[in-house]
Design a protein around this ligand. Structure first.
Ligand SMILES: Nc1nc2c(c(=O)[nH]1)N[C@H]1C(S)=C(S)[C@@H](COP(=O)(O)O)O[C@H]1N2
Ligand SMILES: [Mo]
Length: 330
């Protein structure tokens, strides 16, 4: 029944509101199915249940986010176990072995934490972590992350699109690149000072890549704040690029007009280019990139998976590289 008010506004009664909400949900489901994502959403719920059964000795502070509406956020893949995602890491500030970060990163001091945003922007600012977290609504996004070494994980990250922060600081017209600088504190990061990389760890994106909604400023995973070894308290997740583009424990985000020199490019320019898009057709000089191993599935009979162009996010980001030779710009 519709209740007509004096001002002409037609107000549905409560049972109609309910059925409307049900209808909208159903419609959304149909839309998802049309996009082939219904199975993905269900797979996500199923793996969420599986997740709840994993025993967690050191639960971290909760950081929940609403399920994201950004396309490409859910995948058909099973979510990687928390235990695997937090014990097999690359974080060279804490050692070069995959087990080192989980062993050593407890010395990282994440409070207080300040992120400086500067360079070619109208409104440079130093954000306390708490203020940065509150800058936009937290979302949960299940993204694959593929390492250049040939392994991958599927993680429910919590954060928001970096574009929200970028809009806040108002980049100037000549800002073409965004540089991401990690913490480099020899007192709390035992391998800063080793000569494997030129510290601080630096990564960068072109402005349009940084503005793409898939680029996630990330504060948590699995509904909790990030464990230190995964880049606490704030990192980037750029799901269509090799994992090393996703800088951890960020302290500075700088806008510039020149392509920045990145840590891995400085270390080995012929192996790690600026773009570093996941591309099964461009081999690393020392190994093929055609397949990958999913962490947690490395049993004797586990098959290697075919690596997907742009890590499976081609529909969302392919147009960023239209007309570019991706063999030259690897
Ligand atoms: N500061 C910093 N960020 C970093 C790294 C690093 O050594 N230092 N390693 C990168 C690499 S090579 C990968 S594959 C991912 C791994 O992220 P994960 O441990 O959450 O899987 O982090 C990236 N971010
Ligand atoms: Mo990596």
């Amino acid at each position: 029944m519709l209740i007509k008010r004096d001002d002409g506004f037609i107000h549905p009664n409560s049972s109609e509101i309910t059925s409307q909400a049900v209808y909208r949900d159903r419609r959304r489901l149909i839309q998802l199915m049309a996009g082939g994502a219904a199975g993905a959403a269900l797979a996500t719920w199923a793996s969420r249940d599986a997740l709840a059964q994993v025993t967690r000795p050191n639960k971290l502070a909760a950081l929940a986010g609403a399920k994201s509406a950004v396309p490409g956020a859910v995948t058909m893949d099973k979510v990687t176990d928390y235990k695997d995602a937090s014990s097999y890491n690359n974080f060279y500030e804490f050692g070069t072995d995959k087990a080192d970060p989980a062993k050593n990163a407890h010395t990282l001091k994440t409070t207080p934490w300040v992120v400086e945003v500067d360079g070619l922007v109208k409104k440079p600012a130093k954000y306390q972590l708490e203020d940065l977290i509150k800058l936009s609504a937290q979302e949960e996004r299940i993204y694959r992350l593929r390492c250049v070494e040939g392994w991958s994980m599927v993680i429910p990250w919590v954060g928001y699109s970096l574009s929200h922060l970028i809009q806040k600081v108002e980049p100037l017209g000549n800002a073409k690149y965004v540089e991401f600088i990690s913490q480099a504190d020899p007192k709390t990061m035992p391998f800063v000072g080793s000569r494997v990389l030129d510290w601080p760890y630096v990564e960068a994106l072109r402005m349009d890549e940084a503005m793409n909604p898939l680029t996630l400023l990330t504060f948590g995973m699995y509904g909790e704040v990030l464990p230190n070894q995964n880049g606490a308290p704030v990192r980037l997740v750029v799901p269509w690029k090799y994992g090393f583009k996703s800088g951890k424990s960020l302290v500075r985000i700088r806008f510039t007009d020149r392509e920045p020199k990145t840590a891995w490019n400085k270390a080995a320019a012929n192996e790690y280019g600026f773009y570093s898009n996941v591309n099964p057709d461009v081999d690393h000089p020392r190994w093929s990139q055609a397949t990958e191993r999913r962490i947690g599935e490395d049993g004797l009979f586990a098959k290697k998976r075919k690596t997907l162009m742009f890590n499976g996010y081609e529909a969302q980001v392919g147009q960023l590289y239209a007309g570019m030779d991706l063999k030259k710009n690897f």
